[in-house]
Design a protein around this ligand. Sequence first.
Ligand code: F6P
Length: 357
Amino acid sequence: VTRTIALMTGGGDCPGLNAAIRAVTRIAVHEYGWNVVGIRDGFEGLIERRYQPLRPGDTRGILRIGGTILGTSNRTNPFKYTARGTAEPVDASEVAHDTLREIGADALIVIGGDGTLALAHHFAGDRIPIVGIPKTIDNDVHGTDYAIGFDSCVATVADAVDKLHTTAESHHRVMLVEVMGRTTGWVALYSGLAGGADIVLLPERGYTLDSLIENIERRRRDGRHFTIGVVAEGVAGPSGSPLYTSQVGDPWDWKLGGVCQVLARELASATREEVRTIVLGHLQRGGSPTPADRILATQLAFGALAALRRDEGGVMAGVHGTETALVPLERVATGARQVPADLPALHAADAIGMFVG
Ligand code: F6P
């Protein structure tokens, strides 16, 4: 039987979303003979009735392009929806279900991070089969080793760390790079390892200012006149709490940022070194996906459609090693997945002499 699959991307954009959209469309149409309808701008499109049929031809040439051709939004909650130009949030979940009925959707595939997948799971309930595909540069989705976008992000940050070595070494400076990752340190740890950073700070660990100062001073005593630190945006400042650039709305929407500047001030006055900071920001979410992300996106899209063909809903297609693993969305919707203390990459970082605080 022909089925119609509604497909949407939600949460922050990242490289590899288009690769997933392309694979879902090709497999659904060519392999299964199903129809795909793309929802525009995440939940916003479902509420505002913005959608478009997706044919394989619509996905031609998008494999290597970052972002999402469908658009996305990382602030839309169908249960608390504030339409543009209005002030009061309303429950728009019924309107969103009406749109799915209007489309004739038999199932919903949502490509999103932990927030979007939890929301989508709640929204779908037992009214429509739903399958999730994990994506986020933060890599903090439970139930999968890797989320789409993480590898590309790490490649971008590692490249930035490589380039910062030039000035750090030539001018004998301390350089602190502030990277994304929200409350987790996956991006900081992996890009610090890949870029050969001297210091990596993760929200999962904890550092003292004294230990940082001691580390920088020891390097100088050992004849290494520069230090590069990769700092996750969610790391607490010396006062013990994380720093924000904006605290408007739901705590989930608060924007982290500023920890490197505070650290730089403290470190400069304690060590007399020249300490500079750089915030990579959305550069980390941009650009072309790496081959690993393109392959992951294609594999997970296949896993998601295969689940629907077997009438398995309420799951996410994740990856464990090289295997695709279907994980109940209940297990996914349990907040951010932190870097575990026993992660082999973390042990390796400690063992090579990187300061991981
Ligand atoms: O979740 C992805 C992410 O890029 C986080 O790493 C970051 O804290 C946040 O989104 C930034 O969101 P926005 O694009 O809304 O500023």
